[in-house]
Every structure is written in C-alpha cells, then in structure tokens.
Design a binder for this molecule. Structure first.
Ligand code: PEP
Ligand code: MG
Length: 539
C-alpha cells in the first residue's frame, strides 16, 4: 500500500495510465532561415491558442468559469507582444524557434519565481506550461491524450499542469494520483471540482505503479493499493457504491433547515482551509463557516502572505457567504504544522511547545498583520475571530489588547471595520477546566476534539502503541465536552464543535442533549450531519 494525501473524496478503482514526461529535446533541430523559423513559431503559437481556447470552453462547461480562467490566462500571457517579439529577436540572432521559446520562457520563469508572492510564483508555472506546449507543437510530439483514456482509468503523473487536468474526461477517469502537491494545488482544486477521487504526494508513484496495473485509490484516507486482491476489490467496490448511493440520497438535505425531530434548531457549518473551498460549502448548503484554518494560507509558499493577500482571502470568503457567519481562526502553527520560512525552533515536544496562540503573541508583527486583515475584511460580511490552543485567561486578554491596538490603528488611518466578536477554541484540558472563566471573556466557544482528545488522554495519535487511547468516547473526553457546553450555556454564549467528532453520528445525540449549537464539519459531511440531526428525537 502507498500513502499520500487524500485531497478529493471517493474511492477510485481502475487500471493505471502513467502520464510520463515527454522529451522536448531539440538538440538535433537545424536552423534554416529566420523567415521559416518565425513562420514555425507563429504556427505553433496559433495552434496553441486555438487548442487552449477550445480546452477553456470545454472546461467552462464541464467544471466551471473559475477553472477555465487559468487557461484563458495562458492565452493572455502568450498574446503579450513583448513575449513574442523577444522570441522573434532571438530567431533574428540565429536561434531556432525551439531555442527562442525556451530562452524567452525561461527568462519569464526565473523572473516570476524570484518574486516573493504566491500569485506571481503561480505565473511561473503557467509559463512552464506554455513553454512545454509550444515546444511539443514545434517538435510535433504528442503527449498521451488524457481526454481519450479508456473508462476506469487511474491517471498517475509526477504532477498535473492545469492544461493536463483540464483535458480529463471525468466519465472515464476513476482517480488521480500524483507525486507532488497538496490540498491547495491546482490538481486538487480541479479534482474536487470534478468530483474525482485524488491522492497526491505519493512518493515515486510513477515508478512504483506500472502502466495497466490494477489500482484502488482511497481519496478519504489518502491510500493507494496496487495489484489488489479480489477481496479488496470487492470491499472497495461496495464502499464506492455505498458512498455514491448515500451521496445521492443526501441531496434531499440541501437547503433544508437543521432542526431535530422534536423541533430544536441547530446549525451545520463547514471547516475550510482556502477561499476556493467555499464553493463546496455553498453547494452543500453549509449554514456558515465554523472554522477557517488560516494556516493553509501560509503553507506551500516561500514567504509570509502579506496583509493585503490575507485581506483578499478573508473578504472573499465573507462576501461569498453573504452574511452567514465566518469564524476565522488565527494562525495555528507548530505541532505537526511546520512552516519553514517562519523558522520555528526545533523543540523536544512540539505539541507542548511554542505553537498557535503562544507563537502569535510572541510575534506581534505577524499576528497584527493577520488581525488587521480580518478586521478590514469584516465590513464584507459576518466575521468572527477565534483563538487556537488557549490555556489561560492571560492569552485571551493579551489577544484582546492586540486586537484593540489594531482597531485603533485602523481608526486613525480612516479604514473601515466592524466590531468583530471573539471566541476561543476549547482544545486543551486547561481551557475546559477554566471554561466558566473563559466564557465571561469571550463571545463563543468551539470545541476542537482533534486536539482535545490527544491532550486529555495524554496520547500522541501518531503512536500506534497507544492509538487505542485516542478515542473521543473515553469518559474523560466526553466529560470535558459536556462541561464545556454546560459552562457556555450557563454564560449564555454560543458553543460549537469544529473537531472531526462533530460529524460522528454516534456522538451527535449527546451533543444535542448537552446543548451544542453549531456543528462544523468538512463540506462533504454537511448533508450527512444535517440528516443525523434532523432524525434525532429525544427519548
Ligand atoms: C481540533 O483540534 O479539533 C481542530 C479543529 O483543530 P485542528 O484539527 O486544525 O488542530
Ligand atoms: Mg486543533
């Protein structure tokens, strides 16, 4: 079995199609004359634009407007007269068309890669895509035509460029596997949008998996099974059938009010990591965002996002949610979430170390940028701020001070913002034990059972020897949850849960009885959670 990151849900069973690298070596191509080289270049550019336009229109229809924009951007880039004239100048100085394309594109790639900005870096990979397509057109080499792979193909590649992904025929592709990428990469975004199960970051996948090999892909757990047995195929076929059937039948819960069978109103919110995830939340009629894990904005990049970039992300989500609550959790890093450019010191016990709110309070410049961005975005919707890993009142008070300072700064700059409610995650036993005191300081709680289970049971969930203790149903964890909800109720503040347990049908009855108001789950679990709540009736 191979392990990767499950970025798009579902089970895919089928035959591997390896999308290998195509050689674009042009060392044997001879220069004829400038006129003919320019004509070859123009032909390649024309056919690239024509093909890309067709692809963009196909993808607009099959996937969506936003996804097609990536390809339309390629046309705009290549239509830049500067880029083409630079290539022509190279040809005038004696380069063959291939060399001219390579040189000029590489110049742009270097330029875009050297800037400390994610969007600009992304343009470097767009130019790489353009360069490779032009070279293939000039050399007349054809890559495997992804659009015509047979039914039940599992596509395996080092990575998928946007143009490769856009050629995928979702009716024929049962899964996608790559060697690089994570939840936020283009391939992941497109795979989710197309509803194709995907596992990324599978080390050496293109070497280990052979063309035609039978493959099972588990997009939930990030697992890839090569050459499965009949028993495994049967197991996953029935899991997939069950998953699809349930998914279909859950559609009746889209747009339905979340209210128990005896009339108690609840709300199902969603957890997101990036603004793009909102699309899925809305499709599944999430009633709010209960956890925006902002650390994802800081990951997979070479430097810290600016206040402006963060403002853009937060306001985009607020606007898209159109007045529904958006709970933005401040940066929760450290522990298992390393961000190399922040140079967090290596620690003996990172889960008990300088992480989350502790790190942010000790790095006020970084924290202030985030708070300012959130406050500025508040005018575009219904935003709330949530602090992770709180263990004492002092942390809340210090965060409040910092928020106040940011508000004063914005006021003096004449920048608009709203009064933003403040909440804390209850994910440490310390926070549970002082939840009565915390409730007097903040506007809401959200219970983080993922961490709360680990910290309460003193168990590292990665350690197989003690994994039986990592269990939310242990009485100690259940009591912690109950105590938190009761203290929130006593103080009259809202209490939600954003750990994975919020979607656990076995726990939901207890949570309703104790009075939990809001259940924040992954987008794919919204409808199932709503169904469980709607079917609940007090005995
Ligand atoms: C949690 O700990 O339950 C939680 C929701 O936070 P994260 O999983 O991001 O640590
Ligand atoms: Mg947590």
């Amino acid at each position: 079995m191979l392990k990767g990151i499950g970025v798009s849900q579902g089970y895919g069973i089928g035959k591997a199609v390896i999308i290998g690298d195509i050689s674009t070596d042009y060392s044997n191509v001879k220069y004829t004359d400038a006129e003919s080289e320019k004509a070859r270049l123009q032909n390649a550019v024309d056919s690239f634009i024509e093909e890309t336009k067709k692809l963009a229109s196909d993808i607009k229809e099959a996937v969506g407007e936003k996804e097609a924009e990536i390809l339309e951007g390629h046309i705009v880039m290549l239509s830049d007269p500067f880029m083409i004239s630079q290539m022509q100048e190279n040809i005038d100085s004696g380069s063959i068309a291939e060399k001219a394309v390579d040189t000029v594109c590489n110049m742009f790639i270097d330029m875009f890669s050297s800037v400390d900005d994610e969007l600009t870096n992304q343009r470097a990979s767009d130019v790489k895509d353009i360069r490779d397509s032009l070279l293939k057109a000039l050399l007349g080499v054809k890559s495997i035509d992804i659009s015509t792979v047979p039914k039940n193909s599992v596509l395996v590649a080092k990575d998928f460029t946007p143009s490769m992904t856009s050629k995928i025929n979702k009716n024929n592709v049962s899964a996608i596997i790559t060697e690089v990428g994570g939840v936020t990469s283009h391939s992941a975004i497109l795979a989710r949008a197309m509803g194709i199960p995907a596992v990324l970051s599978v080390v050496n996948a293109t070497e280990i998996i052979k063309d035609g090999m039978q493959i099972i892909t588990d997009g939930f757990k990030g697992k890839v099974i090569t050459c499965p047995s009949e028993i495994e195929i049967d197991k996953y076929t029935s899991l997939q059938n069950k998953y699809l059937k349930e998914k279909e039948s859950l559609k009746e819960y889209i747009g339905k009010e979340t209210v128990t069978a005896d009339g108690i109103k609840k709300a199902v919110y969603a957890n997101i990591g990036k603004p793009e995830d909102v699309q899925n939340v809305l499709q599944n009629s999430g009633e709010g965002i209960g956890l925006f894990r902002t650390e994802f904005l800081f990951m997979d990049r070479a430097n810290e996002p600016t206040e402006e970039e963060q403002f853009e992300a937060y306001s985009t989500v607020a606007r898209a949610m159109n007045g529904k609550e958006v709970i933005i959790r401040t940066l929760d890093i450290g522990g298992d979430k390393d961000i190399p450019y922040l140079h967090i010191e290596k620690e003996e016990n990172p889960f008990l170390g300088h992480r989350a709110i502790r790190y942010c309070l000790d790095n006020p410049e970084l924290f202030k940028k985030q708070i300012r961005a959130i406050l500025r975005a508040s005018v575009y919707g219904n935003i709330k701020i949530m602090l992770p890993l709180v263990t004492c009142l002092e942390e809340v008070k210090a965060a409040k001070e910092l928020i106040k300072k940011c508000a004063e700064e914005l006021n003096s700059e004449g920048t608009q913002f709203k009064n933003v409610p403040l909440g804390v995650m209850i994910e440490t036993p310390a926070a549970v034990l002082i939840s009565d005191l915390l409730a007097k300081e903040v506007d809401f709680f959200s219970i983080g059972t993922n961490d709360l289970t680990g910290y309460t049971m003193a168990v590292d969930r990665g350690n197989a020897n003690v994994s039986n203790l990592y269990n939310t149903f242990q009485p100690a964890v259940m009591r912690a949850i109950e105590m938190t909800i009761k203290n929130a109720k006593k103080a009259g503040i809202q209490v939600g849960m954003c750990g994975e347990a919020a979607a656990d049908a076995r726990l939901i009855p207890n949570l309703i009885e104790w009075g939990l108001d809001e259940f924040s789950v992954t987008s794919g679990s919204i409808l199932q959670t709503r169904k469980t709540i709607c079917e609940y009736k007090q005995k």
